[in-house]
Design a protein around this ligand. Structure first.
Ligand code: 1CP
Length: 343
Protein backbone atom coordinates (compact mmCIF):
# COMPACT_ATOMS: atom_id res chain seq x y z
CA UNK A 1 0.00 0.00 0.00
CA UNK A 2 1.05 3.52 -0.78
CA UNK A 3 1.00 6.16 2.03
CA UNK A 4 -1.44 8.13 -0.15
CA UNK A 5 -4.00 5.32 0.38
CA UNK A 6 -3.47 5.15 4.15
CA UNK A 7 -6.35 5.70 6.59
CA UNK A 8 -4.71 8.94 7.72
CA UNK A 9 -4.57 10.49 4.25
CA UNK A 10 -8.05 9.18 3.44
CA UNK A 11 -9.52 10.81 6.57
CA UNK A 12 -7.73 14.09 5.74
CA UNK A 13 -9.34 13.92 2.31
CA UNK A 14 -12.78 13.15 3.82
CA UNK A 15 -12.89 9.75 2.12
CA UNK A 16 -14.25 6.56 3.75
CA UNK A 17 -11.94 4.78 6.21
CA UNK A 18 -11.85 1.28 7.71
CA UNK A 19 -10.71 2.55 11.09
CA UNK A 20 -10.22 5.99 12.59
CA UNK A 21 -6.60 7.03 12.05
CA UNK A 22 -4.62 8.28 15.04
CA UNK A 23 -1.33 10.02 15.76
CA UNK A 24 -0.22 12.29 18.58
CA UNK A 25 1.30 15.74 18.47
CA UNK A 26 4.75 15.52 20.11
CA UNK A 27 4.57 11.72 19.99
CA UNK A 28 8.31 11.56 19.27
CA UNK A 29 10.31 12.44 22.32
CA UNK A 30 9.73 13.75 25.80
CA UNK A 31 7.67 10.89 27.23
CA UNK A 32 9.66 7.99 25.70
CA UNK A 33 12.59 6.37 27.58
CA UNK A 34 14.14 5.26 24.27
CA UNK A 35 14.05 8.92 23.17
CA UNK A 36 15.78 10.12 26.32
CA UNK A 37 18.42 7.42 25.79
CA UNK A 38 19.36 8.47 22.23
CA UNK A 39 19.24 12.19 23.13
CA UNK A 40 21.66 11.75 26.07
CA UNK A 41 24.29 14.51 25.71
CA UNK A 42 23.04 15.63 22.27
CA UNK A 43 21.73 19.22 22.09
CA UNK A 44 18.28 19.55 20.50
CA UNK A 45 19.41 21.50 17.41
CA UNK A 46 22.30 19.06 16.84
CA UNK A 47 19.80 16.19 16.95
CA UNK A 48 17.60 17.98 14.38
CA UNK A 49 20.58 18.31 12.00
CA UNK A 50 21.65 14.64 12.28
CA UNK A 51 19.63 12.50 9.84
CA UNK A 52 20.32 9.15 11.56
CA UNK A 53 19.00 10.54 14.82
CA UNK A 54 16.01 12.23 13.17
CA UNK A 55 15.08 8.92 11.54
CA UNK A 56 15.49 6.91 14.76
CA UNK A 57 13.50 9.37 16.90
CA UNK A 58 10.72 9.78 14.31
CA UNK A 59 10.41 5.97 14.08
CA UNK A 60 10.28 5.32 17.84
CA UNK A 61 6.57 6.12 18.39
CA UNK A 62 5.62 4.42 15.11
CA UNK A 63 7.22 1.18 16.30
CA UNK A 64 5.93 1.45 19.85
CA UNK A 65 2.34 2.53 19.21
CA UNK A 66 1.53 1.57 15.63
CA UNK A 67 0.20 5.08 14.98
CA UNK A 68 -1.18 5.89 11.52
CA UNK A 69 1.30 8.68 10.79
CA UNK A 70 4.80 9.75 11.74
CA UNK A 71 5.60 13.37 12.62
CA UNK A 72 9.02 14.54 11.45
CA UNK A 73 11.36 15.02 14.41
CA UNK A 74 12.49 18.64 14.30
CA UNK A 75 11.42 21.96 15.77
CA UNK A 76 9.65 25.04 14.45
CA UNK A 77 12.79 27.19 14.89
CA UNK A 78 15.01 24.98 12.67
CA UNK A 79 14.46 27.05 9.47
CA UNK A 80 15.16 30.29 11.40
CA UNK A 81 18.45 28.89 12.69
CA UNK A 82 19.22 27.80 9.12
CA UNK A 83 18.96 31.36 7.75
CA UNK A 84 21.32 32.63 10.42
CA UNK A 85 19.14 33.71 13.35
CA UNK A 86 21.26 33.36 16.50
CA UNK A 87 19.07 31.10 18.58
CA UNK A 88 19.28 27.99 20.71
CA UNK A 89 16.83 25.55 22.27
CA UNK A 90 17.45 25.53 26.01
CA UNK A 91 16.46 22.37 27.91
CA UNK A 92 13.42 22.99 30.09
CA UNK A 93 12.83 26.40 28.46
CA UNK A 94 12.46 26.18 24.68
CA UNK A 95 13.73 28.42 21.87
CA UNK A 96 15.79 31.43 23.02
CA UNK A 97 16.80 34.16 20.54
CA UNK A 98 20.06 36.05 21.26
CA UNK A 99 19.03 39.30 19.53
CA UNK A 100 15.25 39.66 19.33
CA UNK A 101 13.69 41.11 16.17
CA UNK A 102 12.22 44.52 16.99
CA UNK A 103 13.24 47.08 14.34
CA UNK A 104 13.14 47.48 10.56
CA UNK A 105 16.83 46.60 10.35
CA UNK A 106 16.22 43.46 12.41
CA UNK A 107 13.43 42.36 10.05
CA UNK A 108 15.76 42.83 7.07
CA UNK A 109 18.19 40.28 8.53
CA UNK A 110 15.59 37.55 7.90
CA UNK A 111 16.55 36.33 4.45
CA UNK A 112 14.77 33.82 2.22
CA UNK A 113 15.24 30.10 2.90
CA UNK A 114 16.88 27.99 0.17
CA UNK A 115 16.82 24.18 0.11
CA UNK A 116 20.65 24.28 0.48
CA UNK A 117 20.21 25.82 3.93
CA UNK A 118 18.66 22.62 5.29
CA UNK A 119 20.24 19.66 3.43
CA UNK A 120 19.81 17.52 6.57
CA UNK A 121 16.03 18.07 6.42
CA UNK A 122 15.78 16.89 2.81
CA UNK A 123 18.00 13.91 3.55
CA UNK A 124 16.12 12.96 6.73
CA UNK A 125 12.75 13.13 4.96
CA UNK A 126 14.04 10.93 2.10
CA UNK A 127 15.48 8.35 4.50
CA UNK A 128 12.28 8.35 6.53
CA UNK A 129 10.00 7.89 3.57
CA UNK A 130 11.95 4.74 2.66
CA UNK A 131 11.98 3.45 6.23
CA UNK A 132 8.27 4.17 6.84
CA UNK A 133 6.96 2.29 3.80
CA UNK A 134 3.19 2.64 3.82
CA UNK A 135 3.07 4.88 6.91
CA UNK A 136 2.69 8.55 5.90
CA UNK A 137 5.17 11.17 7.13
CA UNK A 138 3.84 14.54 8.28
CA UNK A 139 6.18 17.45 7.61
CA UNK A 140 5.59 20.63 9.61
CA UNK A 141 6.48 24.24 10.20
CA UNK A 142 5.66 26.98 12.64
CA UNK A 143 3.21 29.60 11.40
CA UNK A 144 4.22 33.26 11.10
CA UNK A 145 2.42 34.46 14.26
CA UNK A 146 3.97 31.77 16.48
CA UNK A 147 7.45 32.25 14.98
CA UNK A 148 7.08 36.04 15.28
CA UNK A 149 6.30 35.65 18.97
CA UNK A 150 9.58 33.77 19.64
CA UNK A 151 11.57 36.24 17.53
CA UNK A 152 10.07 39.41 19.05
CA UNK A 153 9.89 38.24 22.66
CA UNK A 154 13.28 36.50 22.50
CA UNK A 155 11.87 33.28 23.94
CA UNK A 156 8.73 31.59 25.24
CA UNK A 157 6.09 34.05 26.41
CA UNK A 158 2.85 33.81 28.31
CA UNK A 159 1.01 36.89 27.09
CA UNK A 160 2.93 37.79 23.90
CA UNK A 161 2.94 41.46 25.01
CA UNK A 162 5.80 42.73 22.84
CA UNK A 163 4.44 40.77 19.90
CA UNK A 164 1.06 42.44 20.21
CA UNK A 165 2.72 45.81 20.85
CA UNK A 166 4.33 45.56 17.40
CA UNK A 167 1.13 44.23 15.82
CA UNK A 168 -1.01 47.12 17.13
CA UNK A 169 1.63 49.85 17.25
CA UNK A 170 3.70 49.22 14.11
CA UNK A 171 1.40 47.45 11.64
CA UNK A 172 3.79 48.26 8.75
CA UNK A 173 6.70 46.55 10.51
CA UNK A 174 4.45 43.72 11.66
CA UNK A 175 3.29 42.93 8.14
CA UNK A 176 6.86 43.14 6.80
CA UNK A 177 7.97 40.60 9.43
CA UNK A 178 4.96 38.34 8.87
CA UNK A 179 5.49 38.40 5.08
CA UNK A 180 9.13 37.29 5.46
CA UNK A 181 8.16 34.55 7.88
CA UNK A 182 5.42 33.38 5.52
CA UNK A 183 7.99 33.11 2.69
CA UNK A 184 10.34 31.09 4.90
CA UNK A 185 7.54 28.82 6.12
CA UNK A 186 6.18 28.23 2.64
CA UNK A 187 9.63 27.36 1.26
CA UNK A 188 10.29 25.07 4.24
CA UNK A 189 6.98 23.20 3.89
CA UNK A 190 7.40 22.84 0.13
CA UNK A 191 10.83 21.29 0.41
CA UNK A 192 9.55 18.70 2.89
CA UNK A 193 6.71 17.72 0.54
CA UNK A 194 9.07 17.65 -2.43
CA UNK A 195 11.38 15.31 -0.49
CA UNK A 196 8.42 12.95 0.06
CA UNK A 197 6.34 14.03 3.09
CA UNK A 198 2.71 12.87 2.63
CA UNK A 199 1.02 15.68 4.60
CA UNK A 200 1.99 19.06 6.06
CA UNK A 201 0.97 20.61 9.37
CA UNK A 202 1.23 24.31 10.10
CA UNK A 203 1.57 24.86 13.87
CA UNK A 204 0.20 28.25 14.90
CA UNK A 205 0.35 27.17 18.50
CA UNK A 206 0.01 30.60 20.13
CA UNK A 207 -2.37 32.38 17.75
CA UNK A 208 -5.27 31.80 20.16
CA UNK A 209 -3.92 34.90 21.91
CA UNK A 210 -5.53 37.22 19.31
CA UNK A 211 -9.14 38.29 18.83
CA UNK A 212 -10.96 37.32 15.61
CA UNK A 213 -10.87 40.78 14.03
CA UNK A 214 -7.14 40.99 14.71
CA UNK A 215 -6.61 37.52 13.26
CA UNK A 216 -8.37 38.69 10.12
CA UNK A 217 -6.31 41.87 9.80
CA UNK A 218 -2.88 40.78 11.03
CA UNK A 219 -2.57 37.02 10.53
CA UNK A 220 -5.02 35.64 7.97
CA UNK A 221 -3.43 37.27 4.88
CA UNK A 222 -0.13 35.55 5.69
CA UNK A 223 -1.45 32.10 6.58
CA UNK A 224 -3.73 32.19 3.52
CA UNK A 225 -0.74 32.87 1.31
CA UNK A 226 1.08 29.85 2.75
CA UNK A 227 -1.84 27.47 2.12
CA UNK A 228 -2.41 28.89 -1.37
CA UNK A 229 1.29 28.36 -2.10
CA UNK A 230 0.95 24.67 -1.23
CA UNK A 231 -2.24 24.04 -3.22
CA UNK A 232 -0.46 22.57 -6.26
CA UNK A 233 1.17 19.84 -4.14
CA UNK A 234 -0.85 16.68 -3.77
CA UNK A 235 -0.61 16.63 0.06
CA UNK A 236 -3.27 17.40 2.68
CA UNK A 237 -2.60 20.59 4.63
CA UNK A 238 -3.38 20.67 8.38
CA UNK A 239 -3.73 23.89 10.40
CA UNK A 240 -3.51 23.77 14.19
CA UNK A 241 -3.53 26.24 17.06
CA UNK A 242 -4.27 26.23 20.80
CA UNK A 243 -7.16 28.22 22.27
CA UNK A 244 -8.63 28.91 18.83
CA UNK A 245 -12.31 28.28 19.66
CA UNK A 246 -13.39 31.71 18.41
CA UNK A 247 -10.99 31.52 15.46
CA UNK A 248 -12.03 28.18 13.96
CA UNK A 249 -14.04 29.73 11.12
CA UNK A 250 -11.12 32.00 10.22
CA UNK A 251 -8.62 29.13 10.36
CA UNK A 252 -10.88 27.29 7.92
CA UNK A 253 -10.92 30.39 5.70
CA UNK A 254 -7.10 30.36 5.59
CA UNK A 255 -7.38 27.34 3.32
CA UNK A 256 -6.17 24.13 5.00
CA UNK A 257 -7.84 20.77 4.32
CA UNK A 258 -7.84 19.72 7.98
CA UNK A 259 -8.37 21.89 11.04
CA UNK A 260 -6.71 20.81 14.29
CA UNK A 261 -8.86 21.51 17.34
CA UNK A 262 -7.68 21.75 20.95
CA UNK A 263 -9.66 20.16 23.81
CA UNK A 264 -11.73 23.25 24.64
CA UNK A 265 -14.23 22.92 21.79
CA UNK A 266 -16.24 19.69 21.29
CA UNK A 267 -15.66 18.34 17.78
CA UNK A 268 -19.33 18.54 16.77
CA UNK A 269 -19.35 22.25 17.59
CA UNK A 270 -15.99 22.68 15.85
CA UNK A 271 -17.50 21.03 12.73
CA UNK A 272 -20.22 23.71 12.68
CA UNK A 273 -17.67 26.48 13.10
CA UNK A 274 -15.33 25.34 10.31
CA UNK A 275 -18.21 24.63 7.92
CA UNK A 276 -18.36 22.13 5.05
CA UNK A 277 -15.38 20.79 3.12
CA UNK A 278 -12.99 20.32 6.05
CA UNK A 279 -11.79 17.34 8.07
CA UNK A 280 -11.05 17.76 11.79
CA UNK A 281 -8.12 16.56 13.87
CA UNK A 282 -8.20 16.19 17.66
CA UNK A 283 -8.99 16.60 20.48
CA UNK A 284 -8.53 14.63 23.71
CA UNK A 285 -7.12 16.78 26.52
CA UNK A 286 -3.50 15.55 26.89
CA UNK A 287 -3.92 15.73 30.68
CA UNK A 288 -6.63 13.02 30.52
CA UNK A 289 -3.81 10.55 29.85
CA UNK A 290 -2.54 11.18 33.39
CA UNK A 291 -5.81 9.73 34.80
CA UNK A 292 -6.62 6.00 35.20
CA UNK A 293 -7.28 4.03 31.99
CA UNK A 294 -11.07 3.86 32.54
CA UNK A 295 -11.20 7.66 32.38
CA UNK A 296 -9.03 7.74 29.25
CA UNK A 297 -11.27 5.17 27.57
CA UNK A 298 -14.56 6.93 28.26
CA UNK A 299 -13.16 10.36 27.30
CA UNK A 300 -11.62 8.99 24.10
CA UNK A 301 -14.91 7.30 23.13
CA UNK A 302 -16.69 10.61 23.68
CA UNK A 303 -14.23 12.36 21.35
CA UNK A 304 -14.85 9.74 18.67
CA UNK A 305 -18.65 10.10 19.03
CA UNK A 306 -18.52 13.87 18.58
CA UNK A 307 -15.98 13.45 15.77
CA UNK A 308 -18.68 11.63 13.76
CA UNK A 309 -20.16 15.07 13.05
CA UNK A 310 -17.04 15.91 11.01
CA UNK A 311 -16.67 15.01 7.32
CA UNK A 312 -13.37 13.34 8.19
CA UNK A 313 -11.77 12.72 11.59
CA UNK A 314 -8.13 12.15 12.51
CA UNK A 315 -7.92 11.26 16.21
CA UNK A 316 -5.27 13.20 18.13
CA UNK A 317 -4.77 15.02 21.39
CA UNK A 318 -5.82 18.65 21.78
CA UNK A 319 -2.11 19.58 22.08
CA UNK A 320 1.19 17.75 22.53
CA UNK A 321 1.81 14.66 24.65
CA UNK A 322 2.82 15.81 28.15
CA UNK A 323 6.31 14.70 29.25
CA UNK A 324 4.96 12.78 32.27
CA UNK A 325 2.61 10.63 30.15
CA UNK A 326 2.95 6.86 30.62
CA UNK A 327 3.68 5.45 27.13
CA UNK A 328 1.52 2.40 27.95
CA UNK A 329 -1.53 4.67 28.10
CA UNK A 330 -0.81 5.90 24.56
CA UNK A 331 -0.31 2.32 23.35
CA UNK A 332 -3.69 1.30 24.80
CA UNK A 333 -5.37 4.41 23.46
CA UNK A 334 -4.06 3.74 19.94
CA UNK A 335 -5.45 0.17 20.06
CA UNK A 336 -8.78 1.43 21.39
CA UNK A 337 -9.23 3.99 18.61
CA UNK A 338 -8.36 1.36 16.00
CA UNK A 339 -10.99 -1.00 17.40
CA UNK A 340 -13.91 1.43 17.53
CA UNK A 341 -16.20 0.69 14.55
CA UNK A 342 -16.37 3.46 11.95
CA UNK A 343 -20.11 3.07 11.25
O1 1CP B 1 6.73 14.49 18.20
C1 1CP B 1 7.57 15.38 18.41
O2 1CP B 1 8.05 15.67 19.50
C2 1CP B 1 7.98 16.04 17.12
C3 1CP B 1 8.95 17.10 17.25
C4 1CP B 1 8.59 18.50 17.67
C5 1CP B 1 7.59 19.34 17.17
C6 1CP B 1 6.46 19.01 16.24
C7 1CP B 1 9.39 19.24 18.54
C8 1CP B 1 10.53 18.72 19.29
N1 1CP B 1 8.95 20.53 18.52
C9 1CP B 1 7.84 20.62 17.71
C10 1CP B 1 7.08 21.81 17.35
C11 1CP B 1 7.10 22.97 18.26
N2 1CP B 1 8.17 23.55 18.89
C12 1CP B 1 5.97 23.76 18.51
C13 1CP B 1 4.62 23.51 17.89
C14 1CP B 1 3.93 22.40 18.58
C15 1CP B 1 3.42 22.73 19.95
O3 1CP B 1 2.59 23.64 20.05
O4 1CP B 1 3.81 22.03 20.89
C16 1CP B 1 6.34 24.79 19.36
C17 1CP B 1 5.47 25.88 19.93
C18 1CP B 1 7.74 24.66 19.60
C19 1CP B 1 8.60 25.55 20.41
C20 1CP B 1 9.32 24.78 21.43
N3 1CP B 1 10.41 24.01 21.17
C21 1CP B 1 9.00 24.62 22.80
C22 1CP B 1 7.83 25.29 23.52
C23 1CP B 1 8.30 26.44 24.33
C24 1CP B 1 7.16 27.34 24.80
O5 1CP B 1 6.97 28.43 24.23
O6 1CP B 1 6.44 26.94 25.74
C25 1CP B 1 9.96 23.77 23.36
C26 1CP B 1 10.06 23.32 24.79
C27 1CP B 1 10.83 23.38 22.30
C28 1CP B 1 11.99 22.44 22.37
C29 1CP B 1 11.69 21.09 21.85
N4 1CP B 1 11.10 20.81 20.63
C30 1CP B 1 11.04 19.45 20.46
C31 1CP B 1 11.63 18.85 21.62
C32 1CP B 1 11.78 17.37 21.84
C33 1CP B 1 12.02 19.87 22.48
C34 1CP B 1 12.70 19.75 23.83
C35 1CP B 1 14.10 20.23 23.76
C36 1CP B 1 15.16 19.28 24.24
O7 1CP B 1 14.90 18.07 24.40
O8 1CP B 1 16.32 19.76 24.41
Amino acid sequence: MNPADSMFIRACRRRPVEHIPVWYMRQAGRSLPEYRAVREGVPMLTACATPDLVVEITMQPVRRYGVDAAIFFSDIVVPLKAIGVDLDIKPGVGPVVARPIRTEDDVKTLRALQPDDVPYVTESVRLLVKELGEVPLIGFAGAPFTLASYLIEGGPSKNHDRTKAMMYGRPDLWHALMARLADITLAYLRLQAEAGASALQLFDSWVGAVAPEDYRAFVLPHTSRIFAGLADLDVPRIHFGVGTGELLGLLAEAGADVIGVDWRVPLDRAAERVGPGKALQGNLDPAVLLAPWEVVESRARAVVERGRAAEGHVFNLGHGVLPSTDPDQLARLTDLIHQIPVR
